[in-house]
Structures are given as structure tokens and as C-alpha cells.
Design a protein around this ligand. Structure first.
Ligand SMILES: Nc1ncnc2c1ncn2[C@@H]1O[C@H](COP(=O)(O)OP(=O)(O)O)[C@@H](O)[C@H]1O
Ligand SMILES: [Mg+2]
Length: 364
């Protein structure tokens, strides 16, 4: 990983026109993505993870989405203002996306192998034969069995896991600089999930791909992320290295979220529940959007939105608790109890990741 930014999202605000009014889905999001790093985005359902990342590839519904402000900088271009034609060259080529449901992004009427080969013909100028050959190789790489035969199969002839692999092969065919994975493995069984995560980590090492990984699973964050952004009500409320977020989370929402996220080892029934529910984004509250659910809320939380306070050069959190004059608070006991569990999990996963890295390294 080097320190170059491959993507910079600045002050991004997105809303949707609905019958009830304007939904302010993304409300001033800032982050950068470095070359070769994996940034995980976590947060409750509806917090704006998918909308902010779909904006990067301009995949928001044209009919009712509005970009209220912001810039998305990629290779000196603002992806929000370039022409559709320029965007088409970038989408699926420089910036690829993997979604949870492969059926919605695979073409049901086209052989899977062709779907992998087509973009290589289009963007890399390969012939039909060359691209077919490369598609077969890629299918083998992502673990699809008998690619010599199955490249001619249609999506419905594939199992769910194989379809997901097919979609990953498509998104990797052009060796994207940025891969955006939006809960790509949520619907898969754990064994296949683990294989696909390993595969993505290998490809990241081999090709220096930058990855944005949206997930609900803390184990996946621990296994994949170099940095973590926590979203709440359309904003990033905390961002830091994975170490900082796991060992030293600062925002009360992050405390609750970490304790409430399922992992393979922590069962659903043993999860903490953050009390209350997220605000209605038709009328976002004044002040800190998390205040009504925050047992540590200060008076100012209900009046004024906190700034992003700096914890370290890499760690920022949007909570008045970091103001020098704020009282010092510690996470609730229930959260601390689980915190030890997920710290252990994180240490374990991080360790696995390093072992994996050595295996890859020793091959080459
Ligand atoms: N096409 C749409 N029309 C109206 N509202 C939308 C649309 N897509 C998303 N939203 C709203 O935007 C907010 C953020 O959604 P999303 O980014 O999908 O959340 P998540 O963090 O679960 O991925 C939610 O309140 C959602 O209801
Ligand atoms: Mg989503």
C-alpha cells in the first residue's frame, strides 16, 4: 500500500425526491481511498452506504436522485461532472462494483463466459478468442469448476455461490483500480464467503487494487479492512485505521455498533441492541443526529452538529465528547464485555491475514 489517493470524495450530499418530500440520504460525506487499501464502510441499514458508493459509479436512479453538492475525484477528474461517455469508459473498467445479489447484475440471456469476456474486448482490445481464453482463466481463478464447459452456461445454470464468483470474475476482468463490494457475500454460505474474501485479499495483494467493502459483518471487517468508516444517518461519524476503530473507538455510535454487529462467533441472540432508531431523513434533526439514542448525549448535542474531532492523524470522530471541555465517559459495561470478544476476534483475523499474505508471497 502506498500513500497515493486513488479516490477522493468531498462534501458529497445526495437526496431523493419522494412523494413525502426530499430524503436527505447522504449529508456531507468526505473520505479518501488509498492505492492498494481496503476501506470498510459499516453502519445500520439506511445509513447511506450504498447510495454514497453508487454515486462513485454514477449508478443512482436518474429519475429521483439529486446530487446536492460534492466532488468525486478520480485521476484528476470529477466523476460527478464528466460526460456519460467518459463515465462509461471508467465504470466496470477502472472502477468495478460487486453487489449482494448477482442476479440483478448478471445478464440472464448471456453466457457467463461471454459476460466476462465482453468488457475485455471492449476495453482492452482483445479478440473474441483471446478474451474467451482469458475469461476461462479468470473463472478458474475465482474457483468456478470446469470453466472449459461452464463458460458457456447461462446464469440460471449456476448456483448462487457460482454466480457470485461469476460476477467477481466480471468485475476483475478489467483489473479495476477500484473495486466496490456492497455486501457481496452476505447471501452466501460461510465456506464460500471465506473463499471469496481470501480471493479478494489475494487480488488486492497481486494487483494493488483499492477496495471499498460495505459489510454488516464484524468478522469480515476484521479480515478485510485496513481502514474503517462508520456511517450514521447519511454521514461518516468516525473513521480510522482498523486498529483504531477496533481498539480505541471514540464515538458512542461506534461503541453500540461494534457490540451489535454479528460475527461468526458472536450469535445473533447475544447481540447488543442500540436503543431507538435512526432519524427520519425527510427531516434530519438539528444537532447530532445520534443524540436521541445516545446515553452520553450532552446538551449541545441537541443544538449543534459536532465537527469531526481529530484523535490522531488517521483517526477522526464526529462527537462533542471529544471536545476538550466535554466530560470524560467510558463505554457501557455491556459494550466493554463484548469489546473484549471482538478485540480477540480482530486479533485472530489479523493474524490469519498475515499468514495468508505469506502463503501468497511464497508462491511468487
Ligand atoms: N431510490 C431511492 N428513492 C428514495 N430513497 C432512497 C432511494 N435509494 C435509497 N434511498 C434512501 O436513502 C437512504 C440511504 O440508503 P442506502 O444508501 O441504501 O442505505 P444503506 O446504508 O443500507 O446502504 C435510506 O433512507 C433509503 O431509504
Ligand atoms: Mg446498502
Amino acid at each position: 500500500m502506498d500513500n497515493t489517493n486513488v479516490l477522493e470524495v468531498k462534501d458529497l450530499a445526495i437526496s431523493f425526491k419522494t412523494f413525502e418530500g426530499k430524503v436527505q440520504a447522504v449529508r456531507g460525506v468526505n473520505f479518501e481511498l488509498k492505492k492498494g487499501e481496503t476501506l470498510a464502510i459499516v453502519g445500520e441499514s439506511g445509513s447511506g452506504k450504498s447510495v454514497s458508493t453508487k454515486a462513485v459509479n454514477r449508478l443512482l436512479p436518474e429519475k429521483n436522485s439529486i446530487i446536492e453538492s460534492g466532488q468525486i475525484l478520480f485521476e484528476d477528474k470529477d466523476l460527478l461532472t464528466i460526460s456519460d461517455k467518459e463515465m462509461q469508459k471508467i465504470r466496470g473498467n477502472d472502477i468495478a462494483m460487486i453487489f449482494q445479489d448477482p442476479m440483478t447484475s448478471l445478464n440472464p440471456t448471456m453466457q457467463v463466459g461471454r459476460q466476462i469476456a465482453e468488457p475485455m474486448m471492449k476495453h482492452q482490445g482483445l479478440t473474441k478468442e483471446e478474451s474467451t481464453q482469458k475469461a476461462i482463466e479468470l473463472m478458474k481463478l475465482v474457483g468456478i469448476k470446469n470453466p472449459q464447459q461452464t463458460h458457456k452456461h447461462y446464469p440460471h445454470q449456476f448456483s448462487g455461490g457460482m454466480r457470485q464468483r461469476g460476477m467477481i470474475a466480471i468485475s476483475l476482468a478489467c483489473e479495476p483500480k477500484i473495486l466496490i463490494a456492497d455486501e457481496p457475500t452476505t447471501a452466501l454460505d460461510v465456506t464460500i464467503q471465506a473463499q471469496i474474501l481470501n480471493l479478494m485479499n489475494d487480488l488486492k495483494k497481486d494487483l494493488d487494487t483499492s477496495i471499498i467493502f460495505i459489510t454488516h459483518d464484524l468478522g469480515v471487517v476484521a479480515q478485510m479492512a485496513d481502514r474503517v468508516a462508520v456511517m450514521y444517518a447519511g454521514q461518516i461519524v468516525e473513521i480510522g485505521t482498523a486498529d483504531e476503530i477496533f481498539y480505541n473507538p471514540m464515538h458512542p455510535y461506534t461503541w453500540g455498533l461494534l457490540a451489535s454487529m454479528p460475527t461468526l462467533d458472536i450469535h445473533q441472540t447475544d447481540l447488543y441492541n442500540i436503543p431507538g432508531s435512526p432519524p427520519n431523513l425527510l427531516h434530519p434533526p438539528e444537532g447530532d443526529a445520534f443524540a436521541p439514542r445516545n446515553e452520553f448525549a450532552l446538551a449541545i448535542d441537541f443544538e449543534k452538529e459536532p465537527e469531526m474531532f481529530k484523535v490522531t492523524d488517521t483517526h477522526y470522530a464526529k462527537t462533542w465528547l471529544l471536545h476538550p471541555e466535554a466530560p470524560s465517559v467510558t463505554p457501557p459495561a455491556e459494550v466493554v464485555r463484548r469489546k473484549q470478544k471482538y478485540e480477540r476476534l480482530y486479533a485472530e483475523k489479523k493474524n490469519e491475514r498475515h499468514v495468508g499474505g505469506e502463503v501468497v508471497g511464497s508462491r511468487g
